[in-house]
Design a protein around this ligand. Structure first.
Ligand SMILES: *[C@@H]1O[C@H](CO)[C@@H](O)[C@H](O)[C@H]1NC(C)=O
Ligand SMILES: *[C@@H]1O[C@H](CO)[C@@H](O)[C@H](O)[C@H]1NC(C)=O
Length: 346
């Protein structure tokens, strides 16, 4: 008898549970094609499923053949209320407006239910295909799935401590910046880079970069009937994709760098010896470390103070007992006078 209320509650939750399969998807209309560009309106195709927040009823689709090797596909809210990464934070290259017929990859639209695919020009090999599942675009959830060939060679989606070639079965890649002490396997780490490279052997490699700053789970998995897929489960933002044609892995890397920019040139002194340790008890220990490098005739370019120096781990503070400000200033001043550098970890 004790089980009965429990059973009733469990069934009630089961009956109420809404899944993404209940979401209506979108329908494309007002498709306008011009040289190197396509725009369309996307309208919610039925009753909102409102799984996490509310479904957005009106979206916009923008497709640009930016270069022969770079295709930009953006799905965003018609009201322009959803966060987009500002150009001031990450400047993007402008479109060179190439003709689709000159491009190495092609965009294909299915209006109802809305889906799209990306394929290689000539061979028609499909690289990305969202048909079969419906786009979900809510105030707190964005979902898109692409079909993939079985056991694809996928790399990227950093920063993580998983295998270099990503697992293809029952695999969840969480992009949520975190320090994972001692870097255990299968952890999310400090940075989020929602871009992957897929290597297809014969036809080469291509890249898929998603410009979205929200936390997300990217699941790489197979359906119960064995069909391979990769899906984005995102906490918000817009779907801002760059499809990169490769065809070599090096080409994909170069094309990706054209989107997000080249790494900054590092200063010459950063190639010198840098010492840091978490757990130094006080400023006197740090003074000794610096002095002991000199005594041992080892050139020390930089000393890093880890978070031990802070007052109760508060940013922009120093511990008044263990790392008093006057002693910190003296050590830093002495090092700078000798041309050494000092840094504090935040
Ligand atoms: C993978 O798919 C199976 C069902 O086919 C499901 O039980 C499992 O939760 C999925 N894993 C991920 C990470 O999506
Ligand atoms: C510096 O060297 C001295 C002498 O060898 C040693 O006693 C001391 O522990 C060293 N200090 C640190 C922080 O390693």
């Amino acid at each position: 008898m004790k089980l009965l209320p429990y059973f009733i509650i469990a069934s009630a939750i089961g009956a109420l549970a809404v899944s993404i399969d209940d979401c209506p998807g979108y329908t494309a209309s007002n498709v306008v094609e011009s040289d190197g560009k396509l725009t369309a309106d996307l309208t919610l195709a039925g009753t909102a499923c409102d799984i996490y927040g509310t479904d957005l009823t009106e979206l916009k689709l923008l497709v640009e053949y930016q270069t022969n090797a770079r295709l930009h596909v953006k799905i965003y809210d018609a009201g322009l209320q959803v966060y987009q990464i500002q150009e001031s934070v990450l400047p993007r290259p402008s479109s060179q407006g190439v003709l689709a017929s000159d491009a190495a990859i092609q965009f294909k639209l299915t209006e109802k239910p809305f889906s799209f695919s990306i394929s290689r020009t000539g061979s028609d090999e499909i690289l990305f295909d969202t048909s079969g599942t419906k786009l979900v675009f809510e105030s707190q959830y964005v979902y898109l799935r692409t079909q993939l060939p079985k056991d694809p060679n996928l790399y990227g989606l950093g920063e993580h401590s998983d295998s270099f070639r990503l697992a293809t079965d029952n695999y969840k890649r969480t992009l949520w910046n975190a320090e994972s002490p001692f870097i255990p396997r299968k952890s999310n780490l400090y940075g989020s880079h929602p871009n992957y490279l897929e290597h297809r052997g014969g036809s080469g490699s291509h890249g898929v970069a998603l410009l979205n700053a929200n936390g997300m789970d990217i699941n790489i998995n197979k359906t119960s009937s064995g069909d391979q897929y990769l899906e984005y489960n995102i906490l918000g933002g817009v779907l801002d994709f760059y499809f990169l044609a490769g065809p070599s892995p090096t080409d994909v890397s170069k094309q990706y760098a054209e989107v997000v920019g080249l790494p900054a040139m590092v200063a010459y002194w950063t190639f010198g010896f840098q010492q840091c340790k978490y757990g130094w008890p006080d400023i006197e220990t740090e003074e000794q470390v610096v002095a002991n490098y000199s005594a041992a005739d080892i050139p020390l370019e930089v000393l890093w103070a880890d978070i031990d120096y802070m007052d109760r781990r508060r940013i922009f503070t120093v511990d008044p007992q263990k790392y008093p400000l006057d002693k910190m200033r003296k050590l830093v001043g002495d090092m700078h006078q000798r041309g050494q550098k000092s840094r504090c970890i935040h």
